[in-house]
Design a protein around this ligand. Structure first.
Ligand code: ATP
Length: 329
């Protein structure tokens, strides 16, 4: 079919944590749904990146013209799981103007004065944008729980609170994609060792990472609990085996691609008279023989002939072509 390899099976269903998901059974070295290996994955990912970029532009345009849709990619994972790599390699394929990235570390003094969701709410993506959370509100049932940073009874109430919060976010028009990148204990050890052995990676190493690693089992337990109690219909968790960085990247690319294409966004129709504007513009152009209608092939698709605007597939295709032609100019 296409020039590049394809998924055997869409990763969405394969990676979604259902009711009886058991983290201990997850093979973190596996590549569910993809059997073509690394080189083919990288090629396919680049191709998807172009489609993703087109969909992102539609979302952005929708947001600019009154739409209320947005997408939020939540990334969780222990140190070295590859959250930064996802941001760089997956989101890096998109136009930075349409991406809103927020990272959540240890709460600052200011943040500590507020409810734990305060800083999260402030970082939610506005309409038209793809938000990315590098760590998130879910730290409240991970590090906060494992390190006992709040009383256990209080922490117990967080699961229901997080589910309520996610529901509000979804109801406000945001597609929530919650991704947990899960590396194996061995792979994490190897990645930390590399950070210590290479001068150019020392900046990534934090002595606290080993303290966290010493609590591996507690963290795995907290992750299990989080999947069991907060993987909901409205906002499921996708558990991504992350020992192969290339797999995690192509899988997240695909999750993002599916979420955006499910929004089924067409290009906004012009809220002005396209023909009239062409004529007005033509009157300002000095090139000899310039005629508005001669240019219909390159910019006509977008306006769609003066605001008929049903957003049909055929017209969408023309719109895309028109835009690309315009960009290459
Ligand atoms: P990363 O470890 O994500 O690659 P980093 O090393 O640059 O990032 P920061 O982003 O500054 O570190 O902080 C991450 C740390 O903040 C993690 O150890 C995480 O557990 C901790 N953290 C995040 N949210 C909370 C929270 N709500 N309460 C306490 N600690 C938190």
């Amino acid at each position: 079919m296409g020039k590049h390899a394809e998924w055997d099976e869409a990763p969405g269903e394969l990676l979604r944590a259902g009711r009886d998901f058991v983290l201990a059974d997850l093979d973190r070295d596996a590549t569910p749904g993809w059997s073509e290996g690394k080189a083919a994955a990288e090629k396919a990912m680049a191709a998807r990146g172009e489609e993703l970029s087109d969909l992102q532009e539609r979302l952005f345009a929708d947001g600019r013209t009154g739409g209320d849709r947005s997408v939020l990619l939540v990334l969780q994972g222990l140190d070295t799981a590859g959250k930064g790599g996802i941001v760089r390699h997956v989101l890096g394929m998109l136009d930075p103007q349409g991406v809103a990235l927020a990272s959540f570390g240890v709460p600052t003094a200011e943040e500590r004065k507020h409810h734990h969701l305060w800083r999260i709410r402030r970082a939610l993506p506005p309409a038209g944008k793809i938000g990315v959370f590098d760590r998130s509100h879910y730290e409240q049932v991970l590090v906060v729980k494992v390190d006992g940073l709040e009383p256990a009874e209080e922490n117990e109430g967080r699961y229901a609170e997080l589910n309520r919060f996610d529901r509000q976010v979804v109801n406000a028009g945001t597609t929530l994609i919650k991704v947990a990148l899960m590396v194996s204990y061995e792979e994490q050890g190897a990645r930390l060792r590399e950070r210590l052995e290479r001068d150019d990676k020392h900046w990534k190493y934090n002595p606290g990472d080993v303290d966290t690693r010493l609590k591996w089992d507690e963290f795995q337990g907290a992750y299990q609990e989080m999947f069991t109690r907060t993987s909901t219909e409205a906002a499921p968790w996708y558990v991504v085996p992350a020992d192969h960085k290339w797999y995690a990247r192509i899988a997240v690319t695909e999750l993002l691609y599916r979420a955006l294409s499910d929004l089924d966004l067409s290009w906004p129709t012009a809220d002005f008279d396209v023909e009239k504007e062409k004529a007005r513009l033509a009157a300002t152009m000095s090139e000899p023989g310039y005629q508005a209608h001669e240019h219909q092939d390159t910019d006509g698709g977008r306006g769609g002939g003066g605001g008929g605007g049903t957003g049909s597939k055929e017209k969408d295709k023309k719109g895309k072509k028109g835009k690309k032609g315009k960009k290459k100019k």
